[in-house]
Ligand binder design. Structure first.
Ligand code: AMP
Ligand code: MG
Length: 411
């Protein structure tokens, strides 16, 4: 049985970006640029005022104070989006508003609060230094600079790209991920309950995981435990960018996935990983398509997806940091597990005196769907250790962004 890190090292190189597409900025959130565009304009594009007030020459205001204000004639105004202002004659001021073009000759803005207007003149009560309250052209960014390479596009990046007149950008394509569920016992979610049958819940859980990771799920029709039918669906699923099968990978007589993969021409890699839940997990490749056989037990399927498939999908999207955050958490109670495999124990987290405390759910069975509700993290229980004492600090994989911090920091 392969340890997790070895299996992951084998799986990840198979997940490579599969092409590039141009999308509008609205669709670009969460994606990564395949080619970084360049700034088209300086930012700011022109010298402009950071305040509502008066543009002037700093030299004309030397020594101005509340006790001895300097009074200047006001010669017109410059407002955001208005006509280009005329040049400012020496010894005068111009009314100006935030974002408006600075008139030639002016080198400072005095904020309105430090002035008193009287008819065509303004009394100025401070002596600004040159450049005060002026946003100088190109002080943030110069035209030609490369933008947003190698980061996941979020609000800040998208705002910057928009400021640079890039209505569309080239990003790595979302991988289409086929989900093939096998088992004679499977019903559709809309079917009525039937004796001996269960709903194919994995398709829904996995589709949600694929989507959360940034991929596009493609749920194939449920397939019974018949080799020829499975082979046919494997062939169909290989038209996707990634093929996930679920169920049929253990050692039972009806576990047909490895035969089906072989018949469909998938080159088989490993078949078992020392992970709990989820030991039977197969990995192979057909042409460029990674093929992962997930175990059928719902918790095993979700946990193995989390460990082996999610980082792969992130990698296909070009994410330079394809892994979730991890960190140490404090165990709330004593805990034991069977040695031999690294266990990912479902946990809810709470924050106690600044530290994340993990409550391992009581139900840790690999088929227990209710135990997956509200999971914040998987606590990693080492394969060679049987007992874990309360207060032990253990590594954990955080699967929820807000894990343990449901409040805001303003109190
Ligand atoms: P298998 O890996 O096919 O041996 O299945 C292991 C367990 O997972 C069995 O109890 C199956 O009934 C269950 N199972 C398999 N596939 C699914 C599925 N798509 N949805 C829910 N449970 C499943
Ligand atoms: Mg089965």
């Amino acid at each position: 049985m392969k340890p997790i890190h070895e299996a992951l090292a084998e799986v990840l190189p198979a997940f490579r970006p599969r092409g590039v597409e141009r999308v509008s900025l609205l669709e670009a959130a969460g994606r990564v640029l395949a080619t970084a565009p360049r700034a088209r304009v300086d930012l700011p594009p022109f010298d402009n005022s950071a305040m509502d007030g008066y543009a002037a020459r700093a030299a004309d205001l030397a020594g101005a104070s509340p006790e001895a204000p300097v009074t200047l004639p006001v010669v017109g105004e410059s407002r955001a989006g208005g006509d280009a202002p005329a040049a400012l004659p020496p010894g005068s001021a111009m009314r100006i508003f935030t974002g408006a073009v600075m008139p030639a000759g002016a080198d400072a803005v005095v904020m309105q609060e430090d002035t008193e207007r009287a008819g065509d003149a303004v009394a100025i009560k401070v002596a600004p230094s040159a450049g005060r309250h002026v946003r100088a052209r190109a002080s943030d960014l110069a035209a030609g600079a490369e933008l947003c390479a190698g980061v996941v596009l979020g609000p800040g990046e998208l705002g910057l790209l928009a400021s640079q007149h890039h209505a569309q950008v080239s990003v790595y394509r979302r991988p289409r991920v086929a989900i093939l569920s096998t088992g004679d016992e499977l019903l559709e979610v809309s079917d009525a309950p039937q004796p001996g049958k269960i709903v194919n819940s994995n398709a829904y859980a996995l589709a949600a995981q694929v989507r959360e990771a940034g991929g596009e799920p493609w749920i194939l029709p449920n397939c019974g435990d018949r080799l020829d039918a499975i082979v046919e669906l494997v062939r169909a699923g290989l038209r996707a960018d990634v093929l996930l099968s679920v169920g049929g990978v253990s050692v039972g007589e009806y576990d047909l996935m490895s035969q089906a993969f072989a018949q469909a021409g998938v080159t088989q890699g490993f078949w078992k990983v020392a992970i709990k839940p989820g030991k039977p997990l197969s990995f192979g490749v057909k042409d460029e398509v990674p093929v992962i056989g997930l175990p059928g037990n719902p918790v095993s399927a979700m946990v193995t997806f989390e460990v082996f498939v999610r980082p792969g999908i992130r990698q296909m999207l070009g994410d330079p940091q394809p892994f979730r955050a991890h960190g140490r958490v404090r165990l709330a109670h004593d805990h034991r597990h069977r040695t031999g495999r690294t266990e990912l124990a479902r946990a809810r987290l709470s924050r106690v005196e600044g530290e994340l405390v993990a409550d391992l759910r009581r139900l840790q069975g690999s088929g227990s769907l209710p135990s997956m509700v509200g999971v914040d993290a998987y606590v990693v229980l080492a394969a060679d250790q049987e007992a874990f004492a309360a207060d032990a600090r253990l590594p954990a994989l955080f699967v929820r962004e807000q894990a343990g911090s449901p409040s805001h920091p303003w109190s």
